[in-house]
Every structure is written in C-alpha cells, then in structure tokens.
Ligand binder design. Sequence first.
Ligand code: COA
Length: 209
Amino acid sequence: MTIIETPTGAPLAESCIPVLETERLVLRAPRIEDVAAVAELANNRKIAEMTANLPFPYRPSDAHAFVETLAATPESATFALFLKREGALCLAGMCSFGRRAPEPAPEIGYWIGEPFWGLGIATEAARAVIDYAFSETGLSLILGSARVVNPASRRVLEKCGFQWSGVGLTRVKALGASVPVDRFQLDRRTWASLRAWGSTALPRLRAPH
Ligand SMILES: CC(C)(COP(=O)(O)OP(=O)(O)OC[C@H]1O[C@@H](n2cnc3c(N)ncnc32)[C@H](O)[C@@H]1OP(=O)(O)O)[C@@H](O)C(=O)NCCC(=O)NCCS
C-alpha cells in the first residue's frame, strides 16, 4: 500500500482521507461524482443483506445521502475502491473502518460490486486499509464481523490475519432484523508479525547429512 496523496484544502471528511494505491486499486474518499456508479453497484440485495447499513433497493438518493453523511462522520474512514483498468479507474466497491459506540475499537467493513467478486479485490482493499490504519494511526486493534452465512467475507477477514473472537448479533437494515454474526479481531502485534513474515524468503530445503 502506498499513500499517494494526503489532500489539503479538500472539503470536510475528504480532507482527512488520503489516496492509497495498491497493485490493482486506487482507494480514495467517495465524492459526489461517484454517486451514480455507487448506486448502480450497491443496488443489489445480495450485498444489502450481508451488510449492516445498506438499504435495498438502493437508490441514487441513498448514494447521495451516503456521500454527504461521510462529511459528518469524521470518526470513520471510508474509501471508494477503484480498479485500474486500461488507464481508467472503475468503481469496484467500498471499504471503511469506523468506531460504533460502545465498541472498544473501530470495525472494518466492505462490499464489492457483484461483477467484481472472486478477483481478490476485497482482500487487496482490506489489507490496504488495515496497513493504513496501523501504520498511519495509533490504533492497536481492528474489529471485523461477518454473517454466519457469509463464508466469503469470513475468508477475507482470515486472509487479512483476523482471528475469531466470538459470536454476536448485528442489525441488518435491508432485512429489518438482527442476525447472527461471527466476530473477529486483528491486533497491531499480529499485523506487524504477518507483515514481517510475508517479507521473509521461504526456507531452503537442504539434503539431510
Ligand atoms: C464478501 C465479498 C466482500 C468478497 O469480495 P471478493 O472481492 O470476492 O473477495 P476475495 O476475492 O478477496 O476473497 C474471497 C474469498 O472467499 C472465498 N469464497 C468465496 N465464496 C465462498 C464460499 N461460498 N465458501 C467459502 N469460501 C468462499 C474465495 O474463494 C476467496 O478465498 P481464496 O482467495 O482463499 O480462494 C463480496 O462477495 C461482497 O461484497 N459480498 C456482499 C457484501 C458483503 O458480504 N460484505 C461483507 C460484509 S461483512
């Protein structure tokens, strides 16, 4: 993850959110000009029913309100994810972390537009946001959760080093109900260890003597 820009003079919440770049993605604060693309991707029952706050149907007015509300929630960091494709940037999803009282630490959340599922984008984005959170802020813990019927999201959390910490209930707006979730957490020391492990070479195999 590379921080390619820390905006200055940008309005409201956007002023706090840097632009991050990974091998395939650019992550930046959502803007009003993204509203149509956000609404197109997010208007999907399969996404809404796996996330806490997305309504279904999801209208352009919901996307507009979402972008405007970000300005009023400086305790959260929300990144729109853009896939680099033939020199252009194509909106692929959203990833955020933010603290919800009375939780002791911020929780990471993400959704990917269905045309982009299965390409490793959620994992690449979540890792970038986690790297940003631990390397650029003083956080010591990040929480995550996934509906018990959502093995793909659970797998994303596991690939990012999260460890299962228990079960709970989360309200899902699109269902108008609370549903069981598995809870996960990633602490700074585990993240640092995984980063260090990933940068070491595999051991060489030597013939026994
Ligand atoms: C869950 C979601 C974020 C995954 O996005 P993605 O970009 O496809 O995820 P990735 O490709 O990075 O990783 C998905 C992993 O789950 C695995 N997976 C997918 N479907 C699975 C299933 N039914 N059972 C088990 N594993 C599954 C994939 O094989 C992959 O693991 P691997 O790399 O070890 O093979 C995406 O499907 C989505 O947005 N769903 C709706 C919203 C949502 O669930 N958000 C998360 C809320 S907690």
